[in-house]
Design a protein around this ligand. Structure first.
Ligand code: GAR
Length: 189
């Protein structure tokens, strides 16, 4: 039996697609479902392209009903990956998937984490503070934004001339290199 992964994403989904690609030839792992809270998120196009079923839901669906929990259970999902997903995960879902929900954050937590710190906002803050390095953090999800146990971090250096867009590019490269292999390690262990 294969391990079934669900990926939650709110935006472009380039990480989601990179993970899909990574596991495409791996019979032991199936990216079984893509979920998004944004009807116009490009990740939904990527799901179509790879013929992966997708689900779009509203914030209140997610926080006030058990609909998403039910969908995950019905699809026999074993493991959840957050790849640019911007809503807080409800406690019931964390209890349903203990130590089986991971998130990627585009900075070196605990710096530049918490509510409002996502995507471009993170890179802008890093550049404004003249940081010499940034990076990625892969961590388990708990009930606080960006505070679950850290699984893995990788760093990149930042030049004083780097723009937030350039930092974003460096961070994305780290994400593409490490996220799929860390997921593979976690579900294999
Ligand atoms: C990624 O850089 C991810 O780390 C970040 O959003 C981007 C999504 O890009 N996540 C967060 O900021 C979560 N707090 P993508 O849609 O192209 O994968």
């Amino acid at each position: 039996m294969s391990t079934k992964i669900a990926i939650f994403a709110s935006g472009s989904g380039s990480n989601a697609e990179n993970i899909i690609q990574h596991f495409a030839q791996n019979k032991a792992v199936e990216i079984a479902l893509i979920l998004s809270n944004k009807p116009d998120a490009f990740v939904l196009e990527r799901a179509k392209k790879w013929q992966i079923p997708s689900v779009c839901f509203t914030k209140s669906d997610f926080t006030e009903t058990n609909n998403i929990s039910t969908i995950l259970a019905e699809n026999n999902i074993d493991f959840i990956v957050l790849a640019g997903f911007l809503l807080k995960i409800p406690a019931t879902l964390i209890q349903q998937y203990p130590h089986r929900i991971v998130n990627i954050h585009p900075a070196l937590l605990p710096k530049y984490g918490g509510k409002g710190m996502y995507g471009q906002h993170v890179h802008e803050a890093v550049v404004a503070n003249k940081e010499k390095e940034s990076g990625i953090t892969i961590h388990y999800v708990n009930e606080q934004y960006d505070e679950g146990n850290i699984i893995f971090q990788a760093k990149c250096s930042i030049l004083s001339s780097d723009t937030p867009a350039l930092v974003a590019e460096k961070v994305h490269q780290l994400e593409y290199t490490h996220f799929p292999t860390i997921i593979e390690k976690l579900i294999t262990d």
